[in-house]
Design a protein around this ligand. Structure first.
Ligand code: BG6
Length: 508
């Protein structure tokens, strides 16, 4: 957009020049690589965001030559990316792709890995090679890989290494502490990039820009003016082919402990002392630490769980959770979560945060809505005892917009108030290509910028919030599962819960 007011707070680009690098992807032929990583790397290459010299080395069990891996990557792109593939650009990208077929559980294979990294890294510079290890494998394999990298001197001494770790980090606080201990023996904190792709979404980062670059909202952003906050992360997708993972994770570990908590942090955090990674991460962690601890009685009264049964998404019949591949027919794994939490600090004391997320809901929508308090109504007399509140909506996806709902006078002689919307839409305003979350985060890691990655203390603090809920739910299996139909807005208990609160979930 060509605006005289367009300002940048980026540190100049030269400062962050990306060095030639090699990225080793453990799980190079697995689901995440196919769906997200390989397409993201192709886009970055096509957009000339990568240095001239770089190599991507897939590491995985299936037997493949480099050539076959290139074909595999191309097929994955065609299958999972919405965008068309340009042959010339693809060929340019594909020559940077290599593959090593090996088992990462076996120590000797790391010697092969070392040799292969040296073969595929063309840089002849004197200084140490930049190597990024991406752990795109199920979380239980992370410790094994980390230990083997350390034992073989690949984590620190041989290369300038970084490691990218996928969520979930552990399955509760104590396993996260343990995992962090293992990782810390191999890597320094500044080498560790714990990825939560929600942090790479422009609209999520925008929450901070919106709050702290405007003087009109921030004065209202507190308990005096805000009645409550609602955060919804609704998906129409089911669990796809991830039954094994989902059975051991469930909705709280999959979405609440990370994505939802990060959204809460962006909405609730104090302004950071500066734009450096640690200043921002400090403020996010403070929020996790001030979430009011939940005891069993609280959890029974102020959380709702659900599991989807069969139903319809649009016109398509879909199976219930218990009928999905690799899911037990009497599974108690929750696929829906709703709760009220409080942040016990000066700004938010007494303001409820209502959180809701679920699989196979009526549609895909991630949204934060800030509902403001009622004004004194005397002026308008008895016709308006209750006014529709002012609501500020931050649409994260798929609608990327900000809207403010406010009352105006309805035309005519009656004194009637009517609510209208003022809207800003990203796509309409900025007609430029936006980078999906993974692309942004991969670039940040290549630059060594940790701002949008989680820190060890943050991970542990997020687990402290959700651990009591997981334990309570696991110790008392739900007797009413499945309790919502695929394609609905979740269990009726979630609506009843809001009614008791004197509130309503947002509807679309
Ligand atoms: C992942 C979860 O982290 O996020 C998935 O493991 C979920 O279960 C996905 O579907 C949602 O991401 P997005 O970007 O589509 O909202």
């Amino acid at each position: 957009m060509d605006s005289p007011y367009l300002q940048t707070c980026d540190i100049p680009v030269e400062y962050f020049a990306i060095e030639p690098f090699t990225m080793v992807i453990f799980g190079g032929a697995a689901d995440l690589s196919q769906r997200k990583l390989l397409p993201a790397l192709y886009h970055l290459c096509q957009d000339e965001k990568l240095p001239k010299e770089f190599s991507i080395l897939g590491f995985g069990l299936p037997e493949m030559s480099d050539e076959k891996y290139r074909k595999f990557a191309r097929d994955s792109f065609k299958k999972f990316s919405q965008e068309s593939l340009d042959d010339k650009n693809w060929n340019q990208f594909a020559r940077h792709l290599f593959y090593l077929s090996s088992d990462f559980k076996i120590g000797d294979n790391y010697k092969k890995l070392y040799r292969r990294i040296n073969e595929v890294t063309s840089s002849t510079k004197e200084n140490k090679k930049e190597v990024i290890f991406y752990l795109a494998v199920p979380p239980q394999f992370a410790p094994v890989i980390i230990e083997k990298l350390k034992e073989n001197g690949l984590s620190k001494s041989t290369f300038n290494s970084r490691v990218i770790m996928e969520k979930p980090f552990g399955k509760d606080r104590s396993s996260a502490v343990e995992l962090n201990r293992t990782v810390a023996k191999a890597f320094d904190e500044k080498q560790i990039f714990r990825i939560d792709h929600y942090l790479g979404k422009d609209t999520v980062q925008n929450i901070m820009f919106f709050r702290f670059s405007n003087s009109i909202f921030e004065p209202l952003w507190n308990r005096r003016y805000i009645d409550h906050v609602q955060i919804t992360v609704a998906e129409d997708l089911g669990i796809e082919h991830r039954g094994l993972f989902y059975e051991s994770a469930g909705v709280v570990r999959d979405i609440v402990q990370n994505h939802i908590m990060q959204l809460v942090a962006f909405v609730a955090m104090e302004p950071p002392a500066g734009f450096e990674a640690d200043f921002i991460r400090d403020e996010r962690v403070k929020i996790f630490r001030t979430v009011r601890p939940m005891d069993e009685e609280y959890i029974d009264n102020f959380t709702v769980r659900g599991q989807y049964g069969p139903g319809k998404i649009g016109t398509r019949e879909v199976p219930g959770y218990r009928e999905e591949e690799d899911v037990s027919s009497d599974s108690n794994t929750p696929t829906f979560f709703a709760a009220k939490i409080y942040i016990d600090n000066w700004r938010w004391a007494g303001v409820p945060f209502y959180l809701r997320t679920g699989k196979r809901l009526a549609r895909r929508i991630t949204e934060i809505s800030i509902q403001f308090k009622q004004p004194p109504l005397k002026l308008f007399g008895r016709t308006c005892d209750v006014l529709e509140p002012n609501i500020l909506v931050l649409g994260i996806q798929p609608e990327e917009e900000i809207s403010l709902r406010f009352g105006v006078k309805y035309p005519g002689s009656a004194n009637q108030i009517y609510s209208v919307n003022m809207e800003f839409n990203y796509e309409e305003s900025f007609k430029i290509k936006r980078h999906p979350a993974y692309e942004r985060l991969l670039i940040d890691c290549m630059k060594g910028d940790l701002t949008l990655f989680a820190r060890q203390d943050g991970i542990e603090a997020m687990w402290s919030v959700v651990d009591p809920i997981i334990s309570r739910w696991e110790s008392r299996p739900a007797s009413n599962f499945p309790n919502y139909s695929a394609g609905s807005w979740g269990p009726k208990e979630a609506d009843e819960f809001m009614e008791k609160e004197g509130q309503q979930w947002r509807k679309w």
